[in-house]
Design a protein. Structure first.
Length: 104
């Protein structure tokens, strides 16, 4: 199966909307869910940080991963944005077909 889900955290609603809309408009993603009100705890430069963020859940095809990654990096406010792709092992066949057609 060549579908995947990409996770990407962003610092604010402006970034979330900019990235989500751009990815869908440019057919790099079929759908992007914007999940608000998350807290990320991570270590950066040796210091534990705790920040409010939003999570983008991006549905796409593996063939779109490189241009999708490049587009996120070009739009993202972070110097090292989270871009993690997880394979889709199974799903609603009609939904999976829709992802394929929406990213052509």
């Amino acid at each position: 199966m060549d579908k995947c889900v990409v996770y990407c955290t962003v610092p604010n609603e402006f970034s979330a909307n900019l990235i989500a809309n751009t990815l869908v408009e440019e057919n790099l993603a079929a759908c992007v869910n914007i999940v608000g009100n998350i807290t990320s705890v991570y270590k950066w430069d040796g210091v534990v940080q705790e920040e409010p963020e939003l999570l983008l859940i991006i549905k796409t095809c593996k063939s779109k991963l490189e241009p999708l990654k490049d587009k996120i990096i070009s739009l993202h406010e972070y110097s090292v944005p989270e871009i993690i792709a997880l394979p889709v092992e199974a799903g609603n066949p009609e939904y999976l077909k829709w992802i394929e057609s929406a990213t052509k």
